[in-house]
Design a protein around this ligand. Structure first.
Ligand SMILES: Nc1ncnc2c1ncn2[C@@H]1O[C@H](COP(=O)(O)OP(=O)(O)OP(=O)(O)O)[C@@H](O)[C@H]1O
Ligand SMILES: [Mg+2]
Length: 326
């Protein structure tokens, strides 16, 4: 076991709007160790971005209620004063946002935007050192340092994404959260960007939370996987735990795999998961997945959420695997 960097304990987020409660994140437990890459996977509306924004301390306070604790490197983030959070955000934890193309400022050269982050967190660094750091980071993400004077519109989509990543890693954060960092890119560029992120992560020995819908990306990048549905983590484990078909899996995880194209097995047709993700204001009783589950039992439809089935590093929140009380 490595050293824990991030620990999320029984954490929930409820948004209230027009007197309606939206249960976006429900009793989530997650751990990320130093140097480890965790894939957070789930369909739209699962609560992935809300979890990420919670770690960054960027949820709007208005109409938002949170429960549980988030710990980072021995410090509790939940309830931390904004003044203290600013010292952590960008320097120790940084995030690549879901819509990276809009996170660059069109009116400044990209080099200035990388330099700004370095200067904010290292106010005493002299300009020469800042400049050489900018050059070094641009090289790390595979862009020639001479291009630091260019503006965002002078770069292709894949290169802009590399610059967004350069800004996020400018201060060697211990934890990088990448929220769907390659969704806007075409498939070959996606693969390049993911490969580069993996190399950087290993070089800098940083931890990463990679948020994605795509289990294929997870397989190429992550050490650990957490599958999120209806604001809950329904299955988690190492890459092997999740990708080994001979092991038990949550029916939702199986559904995610069945909806992936699989060239090796020449699947005739993709089988999408029937039905829709529940809205967080109308989550079903019992197991949140039961209305869509092909294996639904009577006890899944009511009462508490199923308790966790665990086998070493592998956890599944599903009644199917508690045969003794079936
Ligand atoms: N400020 C808010 N007020 C009310 N509901 C919200 C708010 N922010 C998010 N939600 C709702 O919470 C749920 C979870 O949203 P979140 O953005 O975390 O999902 P996600 O897993 O990141 O989805 P996607 O894959 O589409 O990015 C969604 O149903 C969303 O509509
Ligand atoms: Mg999201």
């Amino acid at each position: 076991m490595g050293e824990k960097l991030l620990e999320i304990k029984d954490y929930s987020v409820t948004f209230t709007s027009d007197k309606v409660d939206f249960y976006a994140v429900n009793h989530v437990n997650l751990t990320v160790e130093k140097g480890e890459a965790l894939g957070l996977v789930g369909e739209t509306g699962a609560g992935k971005t809300t979890t990420a924004l919670s770690i960054m301390g960027l949820l709007s306070k208005y109409g938002t209620k949170t429960d549980g604790e988030i710990w980072f490197d021995g410090k509790q983030l939940t309830g931390m004063k904004e003044k203290d959070y600013r010292k952590i955000r960008g320097k120790h934890i940084s995030m690549i946002f879901q819509d990276p193309m809009t996170s660059l400022n069109p009116v400044f050269p990209v080099g200035n935007q990388i330099a700004d982050v370095i200067k904010i967190h290292n106010p005493k660094m002299n300009q020469n050192d800042v400049n050489s750091k900018v050059d070094e980071i641009m090289k790390m993400v595979g862009i020639s340092a001479e291009r630091k004077f260019d503006y965002p519109h002078q770069f292709s989509g894949g290169m802009k994404q590399r610059i967004v990543i350069a800004i996020a890693i400018a201060c060697n954060p211990e934890l990088l959260i990448a929220d769907e960092p390659t969704t806007a890119l075409d498939v070959t560029i996606q693969a390049q960007v993911i490969k580069m992120m993996r190399q950087l992560q290993q070089e800098l020995n940083s931890s990463v939370i990679l948020i994605t819908h795509d289990l294929g990306i997870v397989a190429n990048f992550c050490d650990k996987v957490a599958i999120m549905y209806g604001g809950e983590i329904v299955e988690s484990g190492t890459l092997e735990d999740i990708f080994d078909k001979s092991l038990p899996h949550h029916p939702y995880t199986i559904g995610l795999f069945n909806s992936l194209p699989n060239i090796a097995e020449k699947t005739e047709r993709l089988k999408p998961i029937l039905g829709l993700t529940p809205h967080p204001s109308e989550l079903p009783q019992g197991c949140k997945f039961h209305p869509r589950c092909p294996e639904c039992l009577d006890k899944c439809k009511s009462g508490d959420i199923p308790s966790l089935y665990t086998d070493g590093t592998h956890c599944i929140q599903c009644h199917l695997y508690h045969k003794e009380d079936a």
